[in-house]
Each structure stands twice: as C-alpha cells, then as structure tokens.
Write a new protein. Structure first.
Lengths: 189, 775
C-alpha cells in the first residue's frame, strides 16, 4: 500500500538522519523548521501527514506544544511517533492556511482541556462540588472533590479545576469571568 | 469462528435512534458484540458517539446515526488507547494506515482502555499467537456508593452521604465503652457543675432584695430568732448575720464549683486522651494491614495527616469543644427557663435581639472564615517562598540571585500583608456591631426591668433585675459562638470520618479460611500470561511468561520504565495481576497467606531503609531473637563487619534517621546483612549497587554473591556487569518480555540485550578515555 511504503520511506529517512547526525558533535542541537518547508495534509484515513520539502514524509505526525500554558500557539514539537522528535516549529502562523488548519486540528485533538467560559452553578454536597459550566466544547457538568486540592492556581489568576474522573478544566483568568461566574468562584475559594 | 467462544458483552445500552443505522448497514443486533459510548464527538465538542464491534467489523457512529468509520475486522493490525492531554483517543492500525477512531474524556479512559486490550488480545488469539481467548471481565472503575450512587475517591472509601454525622458521633462515643463508669461520672460532674454555676446570680438576688434593700426600711427587720444559731450570733445585727450567711453560701458555691471543675476537667482529659489514643492506635494498626494500592492513591502527607492532624483535631474538639458545646447548650436552655420563671414578661424582651445575633453572627463568621482562609493561604505561600530559597540557598548564591529572591519574598510578603490586613479590618468593622446587638438586649432589659422596679417591689425587685442581667450575659454568650462552634464540630466530625475511612478500608487480604499456609517454600516462581497495570486501563506489564526454578538467579534487564520494578512489586504481592497467573511453588500467589509469603521474600533496595536504632538492631530487624553470633555472621558475610568494628560504638552505633551517619555503601551492606540473617527463599535486589563507587561496589558484589547462593533471586541493575552471575536474563521492553536466556545466548542473538550491552560498553570506553585524559 501507498501508506506503508510512504511510512517506510519516512522511517528510513529519519534513521539515516539520526545515523548521520550521531557522529556529529552537535547531536543535541534542536532542529528548527522553516515554516515554508512544511506542508500538512489530511491522509485518506483521517490522520495528519507532514511533508518536509525535499526530505521526508511522515504519515501520522505527532504534534506537541512545548509551552502549552504560556505559549500555546508557538513552539510546536513535531514527531514521527511518540518518542522520535523530528523538529520544532516556532511560529506556526507562518504556515500556509490549509497546513495551519490541519496543525490546529491536530493540536486540538491532543490538547483537550476545555476552557470554562461561564459558571452556571457550583453546589456542594458532602465535600463534592457539582459544577455546571459552559466551555468552548459545550455545556458540561462535573464533580470536584475537595476544592483546595483539586483547584490548582497558576499565578496570577489562572485556575485548573480537576474533576473526580481526572478531567482538567481551564480558567485562563478568573478575574475576567462575568460577574455571576466570578461570584461562584469567590464564594468557594 | 473463534470469537464465538468468547463471551459477548454489551458495555452500554444502544439507543433506539441507532437502530436505523444498523438496519441500513444490514447488521442484525445479535451480531453486535459490544457497543461503547463516548462523550466527545470527532469535532472535539461534548457529544455522543458510539464505537461498535461486531463479529466482522468495527465501526463508529454519531449519536444521530451517521457512520464515521467502518473497518472490517480482518484489516485491523492493532489497536491502542492513546493518552492525550486530558482526554483519550482510540487508535487503530489497519492495512490502510493509522486511523484515529474515537475520542473520549478521561472519565471514559478505563472503559476504552479495556476495549483496546480486549480487541488487541482477540486479534492475537485469532492469529494463533495466543492460546487463550480474552475474557470479558470489565469492571467499571467508578467507585460509586452502592446506596446512593455518590462518587467516591476509591474502592476503599466509605460514602460520606451514607455515614451520617450523628453516626460518626455515635461511633466516637462507642470508644467510650471501656470507660463507661468514668464517662457517667463525667456527665454527672458536668450537669451538677453547670447547675452550680447557675446559682450565684440567684444568691445575688437574695442578697440584694432580702438583705441589702431591707436596711433602708428598718421596720421590716426581723428579730434574730431564738434558735441555736441566734444564740451564737446574739448581739450581732441580724442583717449582718444574714449577709454573712448569704456570702458564706456564695463562697461555698464557689468552692464546690471549683472542686467540681477540677474533677470534671481532670476526668475529661483522662477520657479524651484515652479515646483519641485508642482511635489513633486502631487507625495505625489498620493502616499496616492495608493494600499498597491504598497508599498509591494518597500522598504520604495525607496518610500521615490522617494519623496526626485528624486525630489531634478530633481530640481537641472532644477535650474542649465537646464539653464547651454541651455546657453552653445546657446553660442556654437552663438559663432560658430560669429567666422565664423569674419574670416571663421581661424574658420575652430578651428574645428580640436573638434572631439578629444568630443571623449576624453566622454571616459574620462565614465572611471572616473565608477571609482568614485566604489570608492563611497567602501566608503559607510566603512560607513556601522562604522554604524554597533557604533550602536552595547554595543554588541562589551560585547564580547570584539573592536580589530576585528577596524581591520574590517581598511580593509574597506584601500580598500576605494585604490579605491579613483586610481580614483583620473586616473583623474590626463587624465584630463591635455584633457585640452591640448583644448589649442592646441588655439595654432593653435594663429599661423594661427598670420601669418595673420603679413601679414598685410588687412588679419587680432590684435584686431580681440584677440576677436577670447576670443571667442574660450567660444567656447571650453561647449565641455569639454558635457559628464557629458548629463549624468546629463539623470539621472535627469530618476529621473523625477520615479516620474511620482508614479503619473501614478493606485490608490487603481477607483470610476466609481458604488461604494456603506455606511456611517453607522452595522458591519456584512462574508467570503465566500475566498482565498488570497500576490503573487497569494502562497495562504496565503485558502477557509475561517466565518460569524460574528454585535457586535460579534472574537478571531483569530493560530501559527505565520498562516494568522491571513493577514485576518485583508483583512478586512481593504489593499488587495482584489483572489477568493471567503468578504462581509460587505452583500455588496462585493470591491464595498464599501473605505472612508466610512475605516472610520468605527478602528485599535489598537501591536506597536501603534503615530504622532508627543501633546497627545490631537493624541487622536483626524482624528477628529480634537473633543471637549476637548470628548478627556478626551476617555482617561478616555482607562485608559489613570490617567497617562496623571501626566505629567507636561498634554494633551499638546509632544509625539515626534514615541512617544518615553512614555512607550509602555502608547502609547497603547493613541491609544485605539484614537480608542474609533473614534467610529468605526468594531474594530481590533492586539496583542494589547503583549508588556507590566502584571500590565499594566490588565489596557489595561479593556480599551479594554470598547472599544469592541457593536462593531464587530477581536482580535489577542498570550496570549490566552486575548481572554477570545471573543464570538467565529476562529482557523487558515496553512491558513485554522480549528476550530470555543466558548472557552468551542473548549476545549471540544480537537483539535488545546486545544493544544495551554495546551502549554501556561504549559509555564505559568514553569514561575510561576521559579518565586517561585527566591523568
């Protein structure tokens, strides 16, 4: 199949690369990509495929944010699989629009963390707080145990709420919430 | 078909809306093996999506019935549940490429993890790579209360909704049982003591009304009586006599109440500390019987705070809070009825400010508490900053960061200052008005009562008013503290609940009479298709097969995180396999009496844990009756004797907290001596030589060589040279046993082990070169 072959090709190239680089003294220098050389496309089966111009093609590229909290839109690590990084893309905004769209879809797939936009209600019962909130992924209800342990604050005002099932919800700046939501936070913190 | 032998299972009930889709795909419902619902749709929003497995295909459907993926079973090469940030992804490897099948939030991860494992096993089974069909034994990992469905932190926790607060109280009281007599005595003291404190104002009334006020109306003075008392006090003014009697009574009351108070408090302390220490002992004893999993799910801090803080909180409350609460409650009703008895009209007035006081006080305490809590958090953050920079003081100096650290402290300090000021200022603003409300009640009584007194003694006497006012103070007192007291009580009840949570947690092993006593095992260990994960949807070890003969030494080899330590944890039975079997001497490890098993397993760890005590005591740990000869013999075999004799205190040397006064190599050899003395059949060496220099390593290696003789040994070592004596090496790669054989066999095979050895050799060469250059 085309994909199998393509994959092998890609793997070979990486192997060659690592081999040629391992003898170099600066094996530990990170590789930064020029956005102009990168093209992301959607493979037929739905996975994201990365083509590095004149070099290699990766069938299911793994994308990761290096600074998911402080700079989610920049410094994206691109990897051939979970363990093998190909390089780093500093500013994805420079990609061609279609490529950028696919990259963003892939990032969205890997970073699920919903952002809380509005808090409808926080109700406490036996140390479990039932939250009902609006996120960019839709309205959701969840339960949080022991608010002190399960709300992590990142200074100055970012909050992460962790529910009983291990899901994490992001409040990027609680001071910017609407009055009702802010009141709910204030009341329970 | 092979799959027909595997039991069918439906994870989630399929909604009717999907039936049309199934019809259009020409799939009869009987063909569905299982359907699993997800909570995230393919565009990443919350929504329903389904993953369905039939005998012939896998497919995903939206909640509306639209088919997203349809993949024939036979084109599937592999399946895995991938963990992404705060969600999961079921990924399929097919002949056409990799397919991201369905997304789900973390709550669904265990379910999909199981699905992936099940399908993966079945694919291997169909290919004939596995001789057993996978078993459908999915158990939801949600720990909901069986009574009310409330989510619980883990399988060990009791349901807070179903353990009512008063039940907790009853349970605490059940610890009083052994001291029933004293407890009754205590209650009697409490009641009588309270009654006595109610008396002084009453005597004040008599003093004022019947004695002091009478002096103003001399005609009303009664003659001194002709009784024997009168004889004695003849010549003394009768009023002065009456006064002395009344004051004498007051004095007597004071003395009695003091004596009562002494006895009551002594008894209270005696009872409280006994109850608290009994609960603590019970918790601690139970803690040692709990499964290691219990500890995995909690930080060391939480467990320690269970035993120390929670029991302390409970104790404080019982010592002070409980008696305060009961006294105040008793006083409230006692005085209340007293007031109504004395003058019911006036008593009605005192009720006026009560709602204001109660509501105001509870609002006030709630407000102040949250402010204090916030201030407290800022303060502890301040301490964190100090702790951080003081413990890292060398690093701070080395990087010249003093100024920044001071600034960091300054910011936190000002933050703490502002919050604390705010909290105190709120207190300062609202507490006086609260006091005002209390005093306002007194004012009403002064005015209304004063009017009555002015109206004449028929309405009310001055002394009655005095007594009334005095009682009033006592009456309002508890009201002010209602809210913090209730709070205190409920916090203590929660602390008690947490303590009982430990007590109620399931112990590691129940002996229902089926456990096999195995006092003398030979040390044969057998893994059969064993799979295990700390969370069952993320297997750490997969399908491990290994048969170890008694006395054999097995070196466990693999990258860090491959699962070597997990394998050892399973042999120690800190955990039980999720599927497959682990046998010792042909018996399933689950069936073996833990006491027997653990007694025959010896462990030498990388960071040996020495308890505070002497070296001799540490070597003889778990063998208190070992003779001095045994201890010296073990120390000698462990190459420990030579350095022990050099210590001024010899075998009596205190090793202190965590053996701080000894070097790593010395501690290691003591722990080996301990293992030698223990003489177990199965021995585990977990990186026993990795934290010492080469010279010491040699000594330890010698000691280990003596130790492993005739014992089944499992050794983990990063330095592969340490494993040169191993009979066989078992190579683990990403949780699977990939190679097994002697050093020579594996080197010939040129597989993973070969690569590892080569890498280490290279590294050693580099080190050697570097050393030559240095010289």
């Amino acid at each position: 199949m085309e994909y199998e072959n393509g994959k092998k090709e890609g793997m070979l190239t990486t192997d060659d690369l690592t081999n040629s680089e391992s003898s170099e003294p600066d094996d530990f220098t990170p590789r930064y990509f020029d956005a102009a050389n990168l093209t992301f496309t959607r493979a037929e089966v739905g996975t994201a495929r990365l083509e590095i111009q004149d070099e290699a093609c990766y069938l299911r590229v793994v994308v990761r944010r290096l600074m998911p909290l402080s700079n989610p839109d920049g410094y994206i690590s691109l990897a051939a699989d979970e363990d093998t990084e190909i390089g780093i893309l500093v500013n994805p905004a420079e990609l061609a629009p279609e490529s950028l769209k696919i990259l963003q879809e892939e990032l969205d797939k890997r970073y699920f963390t919903p952002t809380i936009q509005k808090i409808y209600r926080v109700k406490e019962q036996f140390g479990i707080h039932e939250w009902e909130v609006e996120t960019e992924r839709g309205r959701v209800k969840f339960s949080v145990r022991g608010l002190n342990q399960n709300i992590k604050q990142v200074p100055p005002a970012r909050l992460f709420v962790i529910d009983v099932r291990g899901n994490r919800y992001d409040i990027p700046d609680y001071r910017e919430l609407d009055a009702q939501s802010y009141h709910q936070i204030q009341r329970h913190l | 078909m092979a799959s027909a032998e595997t039991p069918m299972g439906t994870l989630d009930a399929l909604p009717d809306s999907l039936e049309k889709t199934l019809q259009s795909l020409k799939i009869p419902t009987e063909q569905i093996r299982f359907a699993v619902q997800s909570d995230i749709n393919s565009s990443g929003s919350y929504g329903e999506e389904w993953f369905i497995l039939t005998d012939a295909s896998l497919f995903t459907v939206t909640g509306g019935g639209e088919v997203l993926h349809y993949i024939p079973y036979k084109s599937v090469l592999g399946i895995r549940a991938e963990v992404v940030v705060d969600a999961g992804l079921l990924v399929l490897e097919t002949q056409e490429g990799t397919v991201d099948l369905i997304r789900y939030s973390n709550g669904y991860a265990p379910k999909f993890g199981f699905v992936a494992r099940f399908i993966g096993d079945e694919i291997e089974f169909r290919k004939g790579k596995r001789d057993e069909a996978p078993i459908w034994d999915y158990k939801p990992e949600d720990h909901a209360c069986k009574n009310c469905g409330l989510l619980l932190p883990d399988e060990f926790s009791p349901c807070p909704a179903c353990t009512k607060k008063h039940k907790v109280m009853l349970r605490i009281l059940s610890y009083i049982k052994p001291y029933k007599g004293r407890a009754i005595l205590y209650t009697v003291f409490l009641i009588v003591g309270t009654l006595i404190t109610l008396m002084p104002p009453y005597f004040t009334r008599i003093l004022v009304d019947d004695i002091l006020l009478l002096s103003e109306t001399p005609n009303a003075v009664p003659e001194a009586s002709e009784t024997w008392l009168g004889e004695i006090f003849r010549g003394i003014q009768p009023l002065v006599f009456a006064l002395s009697v009344a004051v004498g009574m007051l004095l007597t009351i004071l003395v009695i109440s003091t004596v009562f108070s002494i006895f009551q408090q002594r008894l209270g302390a005696w009872l409280t500390f006994r109850i608290a220490s009994n609960i603590r002992a019970h918790v601690y004893q139970h803690l040692h019987n709990l499964s290691i999993r219990f500890f995995d799910k909690r930080t060391t801090g939480t467990v320690i705070s269970h035993i120390t803080e929670d029991s302390e909180r409970l104790q404080d409350f019982m010592l002070e809070g409980l008696s305060f609460l009961s006294v105040q409650l008793f006083l409230f009703f006692g005085i209340g009825s007293m007031l109504f008895l004395m003058n019911w009209k006036l008593a009605c007035f005192i009720l006026i400010p009560i709602p204001i006081i109660v509501l105001g006080a509870s609002w006030f305490w709630r407000k102040v508490r949250s402010l204090w809590h916030r201030a407290y958090r800022r303060r502890s953050k301040l301490f964190d900053v100090v702790n951080d920079s003081v413990s890292g003081i060398r690093v701070v100096r080395a990087f010249g960061q003093q100024k920044d650290e001071v600034n960091r402290f300054g910011t936190a300090n000002i933050d703490a200052r502002d919050y604390e000021t705010h909290a105190e200022m709120i207190w300062a603003t609202y507490y006086p008005p609260l006091m005002f409300a209390v005093q306002f009640g007194t004012l009403i009584v002064w005015y209304a009562g004063g009017l009555d007194v002015l109206a004449g003694p028929d309405e009310m006497k001055l002394g009655t008013l005095f007594a009334f006012i005095a009682y009033l103070g006592m009456f309002y007192e508890p009201l002010r503290y209602v809210s913090p007291l209730i709070n205190w009580a409920s916090r203590s009840m929660t602390a008690a609940e947490r303590l009982f949570e430990v007590i109620d947690s399931q112990p590691e092993q129940f002996d229902d009479g089926t456990l096999k006593a195995m006092p003398n095992i030979t040390g044969e260990v057998k893994f059969h298709n064993m799979t295990f994960g700390y969370e069952s949807h993320k297997p750490v070890l997969k399908d491990i097969n290994l048969h170890v003969q008694p006395g054999e030494m097995i070196g466990l080899v693999g990258h860090s995180g491959a699962g070597k330590s997990t394998l050892i944890n399973l042999i120690c039975r800190f955990y039980t396999p999720d599927s497959g079997r682990l046998e010792i001497d042909g018996e399933d490890i689950k069936e073996i009496d833990l006491k027997d098993l653990r007694r025959q397993i010896g462990v030498v760890l990388q960071e040996p844990y020495l308890f505070s005590g002497s070296i001799a005591e540490n070597i003889a740990y778990a063998h208190p009756d070992a003779s001095m000869e045994d201890i010296i013999g073990a120390a000698k075999a462990a190459n420990a004797h030579e350095f022990i004799v050099k210590f001024p205190d010899g075998y009596d040397t205190e090793v202190g907290e965590r053996g701080g006064s000894l070097s790593g190599g010395e501690r290691q050899r003591i722990s080996i001596a301990r293992a030698i003395l223990h003489n177990q059949r199965i021995l585990i060496l977990d990186e026993a030589t990795s934290s010492v220099d080469v010279e010491t390593e040699k000594k330890i290696q010698q000691a280990i060589d003596r130790l492993v003789q005739n014992r089944t040994t499992f050794a983990i070592a990063h330095r592969l040279s340490t494993l040169r004596n191993a009979d066989r090496l078992f190579v683990i790669e990403k949780g699977r046993g990939v190679e097994c054989g002697s050093h020579e066999e594996l080197m010939k095979k040129k597989g993973i082990y070969y690569k590892l050895v080569e890498t280490q050799r290279e590294a050693a060469n580099i080190r050697a070169q570097a050393q030559t250059v240095e010289r």
